[in-house]
Structure formats: structure tokens, C-alpha cells
Unconditional design. Structure first.
Length: 170
């Protein structure tokens, strides 16, 4: 459950912006920053997002590219850091994580990779430190945590006994 919370904290803020709908909108919708650059491009059908949504940083750099169907995010959604590096690449089904999910550090190194089935972790969830070294590997079956292995800063596994006690023995 702690890992799901971590994943949610890492990825959810990237999707929060798209959930706010202040009024009933229809057709293509474009918002601009004060500097005139495009902030948001999206299409609405009866006030519900439908089709491609693109959001941009205030420097014009693409921030997010997603697809919506009946107001729910569907398929592949890619988010970027302001420097253009991919921050997350996730697949969705009916608004929930479904399929492969990758999250990246700002330096481009992989932070997390996991597989989800209808919003639940399934299979191996692997986390990496910003310098590319393995941090932990957790195995799930439809959201139920089966095992966890933690690794030290150099990617060496901690002995199982020290993990159970929450201590790091060398």
C-alpha cells in the first residue's frame, strides 16, 4: 500500500490539472499564458474531454500529451519535465493505470517501472535511484504485495533479516 501511495504521489500531480472543469465547454478549447503562448489544447463534447489533450509549459515546451474518451483518460499518456525530458509514460484504461507505467528522474534515468491491471499493480514494480542504481523490487498480484527486496545506494541487496527489522546492516 505504501508503494501505491508513492506511485500516486509521483504520477498523480501530473494528471490533476486535467480534472478541473469550471464550465460546460463545447468543441476545441485553447488556453494561453499571459505571454501569449499556448497553455492547453483540448476538445470538449458537452463539457466532457474527448480526444487529444496537450498542455504546455510557459516556455512553449510540451508538458503532457494524453487522450480522453468520455472524460476518462485512455491509452498512452506522456508527461515531460520543463527541460523536455520525459517524466512519465503511462497507459490507461477508463481513467486507471492499465499496462506499462514508467516514471523518470529529471536527468532521464528511469525512476520506476511497473505493470498495472485496472489500477492495481500486477507483476514486478522496480524502482531506481537517480544515478540509475536499483533501489527496490516489489512483486504484486492484482494489487496484493507478495514480496519486496531493498537495495543499498550501490545497488547491493540488503540481507532479508535487516529489511524485516528496518535496519541496514553491511
Amino acid at each position: 500500500m505504501k508503494t501505491l501511495t508513492l506511485i500516486t504521489l509521483l504520477i498523480s500531480p501530473l494528471f490533476a490539472f486535467s480534472q478541473i472543469e469550471p464550465e460546460l465547454r463545447q468543441g476545441p478549447w485553447i488556453e494561453h499564458y499571459d505571454n501569449g503562448l499556448v497553455k492547453l489544447e483540448v476538445n470538449y463534447v458537452d463539457g466532457i474531454k474527448s480526444g487529444i489533450e496537450k498542455t504546455y509549459f510557459d516556455n512553449g515546451q510540451l508538458k503532457k500529451h494524453s487522450f480522453y474518451e468520455s472524460g476518462l483518460i485512455q491509452g498512452r499518456s506522456i508527461h515531460y519535465y520543463k527541460n523536455g525530458v520525459v517524466s512519465s509514460d503511462a497507459n490507461f484504461l477508463n481513467g486507471e493505470f492499465h499496462g506499462e507505467v514508467q516514471n523518470y528522474h529529471e536527468n532521464g534515468e528511469l525512476r520506476l517501472e511497473a505493470t498495472f491491471i485496472e489500477g492495481k499493480e500486477d507483476g514486478t514494480l522496480t524502482m531506481y535511484r537517480s544515478h540509475g542504481v536499483l533501489d527496490r523490487v516489489i512483486t504484486y498480484s492484482l494489487g496484493n504485495k507478495l514480496s519486496e527486496q531493498k537495495f543499498d545506494y550501490d545497488g547491493m541487496p540488503y540481507p532479508e533479516e535487516s529489511q524485516k527489522k528496518g535496519r541496514r546492516n553491511k
